[in-house]
Design a protein around this ligand. Sequence first.
Ligand SMILES: Cc1cc2nc3c(=O)[nH]c(=O)nc-3n(C[C@H](O)[C@H](O)[C@H](O)COP(=O)(O)O)c2cc1C
Length: 151
Amino acid sequence: MRKAVSLPISIKLAPNVPEISRIAQAVVTEGADAITAINTMPAMLIDAIAAKPVLSNHTGGLSGPALKPIALRCVYELAQAVSVPIIGTGGVWSGRDAAEMLMAGATLVGVGSAVVRNGPSIFNRISGELSQFMSENGYAQLADLRGKALP
Ligand SMILES: Cc1cc2nc3c(=O)[nH]c(=O)nc-3n(C[C@H](O)[C@H](O)[C@H](O)COP(=O)(O)O)c2cc1C
């Protein structure tokens, strides 16, 4: 991809790997400009009455609030392993979720299933809540939040 395009490239990483940092380091070495973390986690649901998987494909990708702790852990590890920007994605549904993602080391925050559930108005709600969180907790700018929870 790096040889094919001159546009900035952000590589999206999957969480279900033993060491996400090693994969991030490899893609940065190959020319990635940023990392997007994370994609969904392989999962499944079973309907106990029907005794069958709920999804027609049997398994699928888990997103939303249940994914947030995994996403935070990945972003936290990645922020200590690479110096390119990280787009923290996974379970961000509120301004406080966005603040946590920035504190884990994300430069930007991605919102997926919250848009599917709430529509595009969720972006204004999250940014409004984030502004309120910042003023209530003494943060003047996003840079003050970024990496705040890192060692
Ligand atoms: C309906 C839906 C479709 C998605 N399609 C893609 C896709 O085509 N490519 C991709 O990289 N990730 C896709 N994702 C994953 C999201 O971009 C995101 O990484 C993941 O859902 C975690 O973020 P979230 O908890 O905010 O949804 C999709 C997620 C959802 C819910």
